[in-house]
Design a protein around this ligand. Sequence first.
Ligand SMILES: [Zn+2]
Length: 254
Amino acid sequence: MAKCIFCGSTSAPGSKEHVWAQWISRLFYPDPRPDQFITVRQTAAGVGIWEAPLIDVKINCVCKTCNSGWMSALEAAVAPLVTPMILGKPIGELSLADQLTIATWVFKTAIVLEHATPMTRTPFYRFELANAFYRSQTPPNAVHIWLAHYQGTRAAASVVHRRRLRAKEPKRVFESATTTLSVGQFVFQSLALKEVEAANPSLGASLVFDSQWQSLTIPIWPPSHQQVAWTPPKQLDDPLFRAFADREFGIASR
Ligand SMILES: [Zn+2]
């Protein structure tokens, strides 16, 4: 196989990793529709939409040792937490440990999703980033993750953006990758930033968002050390989901 994006192994046998683990697919049986999985990706040529049955999205950039080891354990840990959210059942407080488990799973999914739908020849989540995550089993603190509640017509959707941002004081150029995903009524958004041509790819820039999203989102990463409850006060319908997925942000000047 090609090099495993997480552990770097080239000798372990490859395995077909489901972008959507089977515990998620099973929630949609017995009625998978051909347009169940929608991927919107921004490329240099514009925005492309890819539709596929949920269960058929597989990639082979992960080795069998990773897939049947830590990734399988992560799916098993997150399934009981996220299943009620996918089904739209309000859950009580998410403990800090729960938030860490969900954030770790979200970040893993964002990396796998990018490699499943490559937009350019150089992935944002290059091997150094994916491998550092594999070794720490924790998202970097510079990654932001929110949860939201979707009540629209799609069974599942994902929207991926890569952007360039300029900070004025001090002058720095960043690249961002935003991954927004809905499965059933569960939504996550992960946002990673890295400084272009910087030795250290992560950073702790203060980000500025439109305040309209506050009542629609629950931040779970970086850790706030507070318990949070799902659902948020307001839900995303189809137009709001798309506006949320496409939302831009600024970098606060110091
Ligand atoms: Zn591996």
